[in-house]
Design a protein around this ligand. Structure first.
Ligand SMILES: NC(=O)c1ccc[n+]([C@@H]2O[C@H](COP(=O)([O-])OP(=O)(O)OC[C@H]3O[C@@H](n4cnc5c(N)ncnc54)[C@H](OP(=O)(O)O)[C@@H]3O)[C@@H](O)[C@H]2O)c1
Length: 347
């Protein structure tokens, strides 16, 4: 039976949910998946850090109050976030990186990934910043150190998309994809179809916790652009930088546009897409598109996400599911650990 020692970097919604799942399901994972997880370190800018090579109690961690410096309440804990020590010196086999996404330079998460990979640790992350902005470098480091670097949750939370395309659709000839990759903007468009104006729909999304106080990254397509870079580089062998992807959002869509679309059975959607052209180049964009009633993504409503792959052998293959949620995204980390466990590169 394999027991992986895991250290959690960032202890907000996602990694706290992973601790909760470990507390509730470790015994079941031993039976079903052939491994269990032991948390040996946690570090978080707000809560502090703690290391115990013998294993921390996952249930106690998950239940810890979200107050500044809370890890100082634990034996061996401190109110300071000793990220480097936890990553390099907690004895972890796997680093679960779930700190905030920095869309400009991917830092400091990219550095956390580097520290882990350079010291021979597997990395699982839900953070799209390091992959979109430093993917090639981090993959080189991964290879050089003979470890695994998995990031399924960075695109559609726990809904499978990267490994689905890379593994299950291998050989099908994926030529491109179109995706509804931002739940907030899709929720806003759906509420506008129900009669709300753009500003009212955004306010509703904020009330429900879907949208940030500043919704720009969601409604102007910036969040989707990072995901398109990850998908295009992974699935189409592209080498896109963020600025290679033309990007516009949904803030220019009016209630009138929505009503006109409805009359013809069409729907406005914020679509992130990329396609390999005949000359091998890959073109990608993020933009609001009017989808006809026959389009595979036209029925995707509310905060749900979806991607339709365009394949040579199967035509359109579509996967839809949650694109966010703490438990859903923690599941993505578990799926990454399952992938590294079955890769033959375990510790
Ligand atoms: N939640 C989702 O539904 C979802 C879905 C897909 C992907 N993701 C991605 O997963 C990651 C984690 O999401 P989340 O919802 O758990 O975010 P979160 O609740 O904001 O938690 C992130 C935690 O990381 C801490 N942190 C920030 N900078 C740090 C640093 N330099 N060193 C150590 N800790 C640091 C934060 O502390 P402070 O609060 O003090 O900054 C916070 O406690 C993000 O990159 C997010 O984009 C999330």
């Amino acid at each position: 039976m394999t027991e992986y020692k895991i250290a959690l970097v960032g202890f907000g919604g996602v990694n706290r949910a992973l601790a909760q799942l470990i507390a509730e399901r470790n015994a079941r994972w031993q039976q079903e998946l052939g491994f269990s997880l032991k948390i040996v370190g946690v570090t978080d800018l707000f809560l502090g850090s703690v290391i115990d090579r013998n294993g921390l109690d996952a249930a106690s961690l998950a239940a810890l109050p979200a107050v500044k410096g809370a890890f100082a309440q634990l034996p061996e804990g401190t109110a300071e976030a000793f990220n480097e020590s936890v990553i390099k010196h907690s004895g972890a086999d796997i680093i679960a990186e779930a700190t905030f996404t920095n869309p400009k330079d991917g830092e400091p998460a990219a550095t956390f990934c580097r520290w882990a990979l350079e010291t021979g640790k597997h990395v699982v992350t839900t953070n799209k910043g390091p992959i979109a902005l430093h993917g090639e470098e981090l993959k080189r480091l991964t290879k050089a150190n003979g470890v695994s670097f998995e990031y399924e949750g960075s695109v559609m939370s726990g809904t499978p998309v990267l490994r689905l395309a890379r593994q299950t659709l291998a050989g099908s000839g994926v030529q491109g994809f179109e995706g509804i990759l931002n739940g907030t903007s899709n929720y806003v468009l759906t509420r506008m179809e129900e009669g709300l104006g753009f500003a009212e729909a955004v306010a509703k999304a904020q009330q429900l916790g879907y949208a940030e106080a500043d919704p720009t990254a969601d409604v102007e397509g910036h969040d989707v652009r990072l995901k398109v870079v990850v998908l295009a580089n992974e699935l189409l062998g592209a080498h896109l930088q963020v600025n290679d992807v033309a990007c516009s959002g949904i803030s220019g869509i009016t209630s009138n546009d929505i009503a006109q679309a409805r009359d013809s059975g069409a729907r406005w959607k914020l679509i992130g897409s990329a396609r390999r052209d005949a000359d091998g180049s890959v073109n990608a964009s993020v933009e609001a598109r009017l989808l006809p009633s026959s389009h595979p993504l036209v029925g995707i409503s509310g905060a749900t996400n979806a991607v339709a792959f365009d394949t040579e052998l199967l035509g359109a293959v579509t996967v839809s599911g949650p694109g966010a949620g703490r438990i859903e995204t923690a599941f993505a980390l578990l799926s990454d650990i399952v992938a590294l466990h079955t890769s033959g590169r375990q510790a």
